[in-house]
Design a protein around this ligand. Sequence first.
Ligand SMILES: [Zn+2]
Ligand SMILES: [Zn+2]
Length: 120
Amino acid sequence: MGDFTRNFSRHEFACKCGCGYDTADFELIIVLQLIADYFDAAVSINSGSRCYMHNTKVGGGKTSQHLYGRAADITVFGVHPDEVANYLERVYEGKYGIGRYNSFTHIDTRSWKARWDERD
Ligand SMILES: [Zn+2]
Ligand SMILES: [Zn+2]
């Protein structure tokens, strides 16, 4: 049992540099819980919130939603990243940011639609 929802806790969203920045958007948390429920599988947050320094270090864009606690790079146990992205694009057609990568899926709750594909 997480302290946010059944599957998620605040510490999972914390910036990986150890600065303590761990703000997470409520809407994002709900979306992630729905993913866990839909696939009935564990969801790992590889990267959640990021401070400016860490975001720069990992090559994040200047306006990355990770800076605002509105983004998560996730993997769903036993589910291919493309399948996760397909699900998100189907359910959130016309909204949010969804990015396809080789080993994870990016989801953010920005107020406009964005899609990108960084797969090799
Ligand atoms: Zn940090
Ligand atoms: Zn991301």
